[in-house]
Design a binder for this molecule. Structure first.
Ligand code: BGC
Length: 254
């Protein structure tokens, strides 16, 4: 049975520069409304973000369904447990409870890469792929989602693997490419080191590369020297919102 328009879940993507929301049609894996956006408050403390979520939901008055929100940190049962690239105040915050209270809606948080991974497996670059899919997002940090036969193992945090004595994301994230003004070739070498470590540890069947830089994948993916098939994400900047909405709907069904 199709979901009534107002009961559709809403996905919210909490990013470094903007917080974006849309109601999502889970049959299509696409937005059911226009996307609304508000600049990320600075500092982006949990309370400041909660206020923005309430404002965004007011701008989407036709939806009353559950709400999923991405968070760039470890999330267990609604509580945030790490804050590599966000305000330290997030650590220990029960974000499900805070956001539910602030918005009056049924809100569930999910790690940002896990949301993107679920969306790519269900609707995008890894649709129909059996076995182990590793979805990575290359941005300020490196996010990861491990999905086996469609089932997510949450909070894999593969951006923080120690490789050659470094926290991997400090060398291979897109922010490292920008900060150090690396050529595509130089960055591809670092990515080869990173992805060959993932290969050695997990033997994935498919690797998906997301994050804003994935729109330039033609510049760097062909330069990677790894065995595993590696493809760009296809949902691009919709993946977080769509994946968060998927999580909200699942939580509702329990
Ligand atoms: C965080 C992850 C997050 C990733 C992408 C990492 O630094 O530890 O939780 O998924 O950045 O935002």
């Amino acid at each position: 049975m199709a979901t009534a328009a107002e009961d559709r879940p809403t996905g919210i993507d909490f990013g470094g520069s903007g917080i974006k929301a849309a109601a999502v049609d889970l049959d299509e894996g696409d937005f059911a409304t226009d996307r609304v956006r508000i600049d990320t408050p600075q500092p982006a403390t949990p309370d400041a973000v909660a206020e923005v979520l309430a404002e965004l939901l007011n701008e989407l008055p036709d939806s009353s369904g559950p709400v999923g929100v991405t968070v760039p940190g470890v999330v267990r049962h609604g509580v945030v447990h790490s804050a590599a690239n966000i305000d330290d105040a997030w650590i220990g915050t029960d974000a499900d409870a805070l956001f539910t209270e602030a918005t009056g809606r049924d809100v569930h948080v999910v790690n940002d890469a896990d949301a993107a991974g679920l969306a790519e497996v269900r609707y995008g670059a890894a649709r129909g792929q059996r076995g182990l899919v590793v979805v990575t997002t290359l941005g300020t940090g490196i996010g990861s989602a491990m999905v086996y036969d469609g089932v997510l193992v949450p909070n894999s945090e593969l951006g923080h693997l120690e490789i050659d004595g470094h926290n991997a994301e400090s060398r291979a994230a897109n922010s490292a490419r920008e900060r150090e003004e690396l050529s595509w070739e130089a960055w591809a070498k670092r990515l080869t080191r990173y992805y060959s470590t993932l290969e050695a540890l997990f033997s994935p069947d498919l690797i998906v590369v997301g994050g804003g830089v994935s729109k330039h994948s033609a510049e760097f993916l062909p330069l990677l020297e790894i065995e595993t098939p590696i493809v760009p994400a296809v949902l691009r900047n919709k993946a977080g919102i769509v994946g968060a909405a998927l999580v909200a709907e699942r939580e509702l069904r329990g």
